[in-house]
Design a protein around this ligand. Sequence first.
Ligand code: CDP
Length: 245
Amino acid sequence: MEKPKLIINGKRLDGRDFEELRPIKIQVDVLKRADGSCYLEMGKNKIIAAVYGPREVHPRHLQDPSKAVIRYRYNMAPFSVEERKKPGPDRRSIEISKVSREALEPVIMKELFPRSGIDVFVEVLQADAGTRTACLNAASVALIDAGVMMKGIITSVAVAKVDGHIVLDPMKEEDFYGEADLPVAFLIRNDKIESIALLQMDGKMSVDEVKEGIKLAKKGAMQIYKLQREAIMKKYMEDEEKEEV
Ligand code: CDP
């Protein structure tokens, strides 16, 4: 198929400005059986995250006597994409699970839970590009909901180069037909971006464009962080109200 025009009259195909995120919705504690959970929408992406633990690790030989073992499973539902995705892990989901776990590990205070395991499951119910970033945002909130001790929070968003412009939070058409896609995750501590926890790129950007992209991703991440915080606070306020009754 021929590449469509992605920027028309200075706007993106869905009407967004270059520096605009898709609408985000975050709901905490949506699964009663999980220790922590989160439902998150980022544009047309719909994600469920469930956290179990800290709990006993099975099989036992995976236990670490000095710290908790973190496991992260990213999975796309077969109905989440246009062309049915074959169920089960594939190379892409194994890679996304690995890099996402590595992004989360430094914020989790693993040393506090020796021999135990923390399992993070993220399920993509509907995908529209940026699922790894949306999943990380949901996973971070679910970890906090589970009461896992954290040094900060991971907040993630992608930027892209689209028809020569650097744009925030690309949707599927932009990811597919754009010149480059650059997902980033930040470690935010005390309301400030402290470091980069994940940085990937496919396509081509100049060094200056990458710098510009990271700057834009930082702006986007701070907006997402605010929404993550609000969702967590809302849940705790509701819990307190219930206790008062
Ligand atoms: O989702 P994310 O941007 O993190 O990863 P990607 O590998 O760059 O995939 C971009 C998008 O392609 C996904 O979000 C889906 O919308 C779509 N996709 C698909 O339609 N079928 C697949 N098997 C994998 C991805």
